[in-house]
Design a protein around this ligand. Structure first.
Ligand SMILES: Cc1cc2nc3c(=O)[nH]c(=O)nc-3n(C[C@H](O)[C@H](O)[C@H](O)COP(=O)(O)O)c2cc1C
Length: 310
C-alpha cells in the first residue's frame, strides 16, 4: 500500500515494542474471531489486528437481536461470545505468517483469570494483550472491573507478572473521570491505553413497547461517539505518559488525524468497516499521507498530541 521508502518511513508507528507499518488497527470484536479474517484484514492494509475478546471458557453470548443500527451508529450487546482461549489458541497458532502485530483481546472475571487467559494467549503466539476492562454489557467483567481503579491496578499487575508481552488497557467512557482509570492502568505498568470502548446505551421499539436488544442494554459505537472518544483521548494524554490508541467512530482519514492531534499514537477502526468494507484501512492511510505532505510533516509521529501545544 505504502510503496515508496520515504512514505513507509513516514508511517512506521511504534507502540511499546510493536512496530507497525502504519498507525491503523482493527478494533476488537469486528471480524476478529478467525485466523482467515484476521489475515484478510492485515492484507487489506491494517497496521495491526486485534482479536475479538476471548475468555477462559467457551461462551455463546446473548440471544438475538444483538446488534442494531441506530442514528449515527450501532448498538450492540453480543455478550462476549467466544470459543474460550484453549480452543482459540489454535487460531493464534495459524497466524505465524501474519505480517503485522497480533494483539489478543482478553477478558476474565478476576485478575487471576485475566492472567491465566493472557498466559495461554502469549504461549500460543500473541504479540501483545489488550485487556477488555470496558465491555458495558456483561456482568462481572469488562467495565464492572474497569470502572474501579483498584481493580484495574490488580488486573494489569496480575497480567504483567504472568506474561512478558506488552499489555494494553482498554478503558470505558462510562465513568466520571477516565483520566483516573488511565492513571491506575499506567501506574500498574500498562504499556498503552486503548480508548474507548462503547458507550452504555439502549433503544426501545415504540410499537411493541419493549427494549430492542435482547439484553435491553448495550454499547453505542460509530460516528455518534467520536466526540466523546476525542475528549477521552485528550484527557488521558494530559494525565499519563504512555502511548494511547484512539478508538470510537473513526471512518475517515480526518477522524484519524483528529484522534492523533488529541494524543493518540495509533487508531482502531470498528463499526465503520460495516459501512465501508476493508478498503477503509488503505483509504485512511492515503488520506493521512496526503495530509502530512500538505502540512509539511516528515512523520506521522509529529502530529501526536499537537492539539495540546499552547
Ligand atoms: C459488534 C461489536 C462487538 C464488539 N466486541 C468487542 C469485544 O469483544 N471487545 C472489545 O474490547 N470491544 C468490542 N467492541 C467495541 C469496539 O472494539 C470499539 O471499541 C467500539 O465499537 C468503538 O469503536 P467504533 O466506533 O469504531 O466501532 C465491539 C463493538 C461492536 C460494534
Amino acid at each position: 500500500m505504502e510503496s515508496s521508502n520515504s512514505n513507509s518511513a513516514r508511517f512506521r508507528t511504534q507502540i511499546a515494542n510493536l512496530s507497525m507499518p502504519n498507525p491503523t488497527m482493527l478494533a476488537s470484536g469486528i471480524l476478529g474471531i478467525s485466523a482467515e479474517t484476521l489475515l484478510e484484514v492485515a492484507e487489506a492494509g491494517a497496521g495491526a489486528v486485534v482479536t475479538k475478546s476471548i475468555g477462559l471458557k467457551p461462551n455463546s453470548g446473548y440471544p438475538n437481536p444483538t446488534v442494531i443500527q441506530v442514528e449515527c451508529g450501532f448498538l450492540n450487546a453480543v455478550g462476549l461470545p467466544n470459543p474460550g482461549i484453549h480452543k482459540f489458541a489454535e487460531e493464534i497458532r495459524k497466524l505465524k505468517k501474519l505480517k503485522v502485530p497480533l494483539i489478543i483481546s482478553i477478558f476474565g472475571f478476576s485478575p487471576s483469570e485475566y492472567a491465566e487467559v493472557a498466559s495461554v494467549a502469549a504461549e500460543a503466539g500473541a504479540d501483545a494483550l489488550e485487556l477488555n476492562l470496558s465491555c458495558p454489557h456483561v456482568k462481572g467483567t469488562g467495565s464492572e472491573i474497569g470502572q474501579d481503579p483498584g481493580m484495574i491496578k490488580l488486573t494489569v499487575k496480575a497480567v504483567k507478572n504472568r506474561v512478558n508481552k506488552p499489555v494494553f488497557a482498554k478503558l470505558t467512557p462510562n465513568t466520571a473521570h477516565i483520566a483516573t482509570l488511565a492513571e491506575a492502568a499506567a501506574s500498574a505498568g500498562a504499556d498503552a491505553i486503548t480508548a474507548i470502548n462503547t458507550v452504555r446505551a439502549m433503544a426501545i421499539d415504540v410499537e411493541t413497547f419493549r427494549p430492542i436488544l435482547a439484553n435491553r442494554f448495550g454499547g453505542l459505537s460509530g460516528a455518534a461517539i467520536k466526540p466523546i472518544a476525542i475528549r477521552c483521548v485528550y484527557e488521558i494524554y494530559e494525565a499519563v505518559n504512555v502511548p494511547i490508541i484512539g478508538c470510537g467512530g473513526i471512518r475517515t482519514w480526518k477522524d484519524a488525524v483528529e484522534f492523533m492531534l488529541a494524543g493518540a499514537s495509533a487508531i482502531q477502526v470498528g463499526s465503520a468497516i460495516a459501512l465501508e468494507g476493508l478498503s477503509i484501512f488503505s483509504s485512511i492511510c492515503r488520506g493521512i499521507s496526503a495530509y502530512l505532505e500538505r502540512k509539511g510533516f516528515r512523520s506521522v509521529n509529529e502530529i501526536v498530541g499537537l492539539a495540546h501545544k499552547k
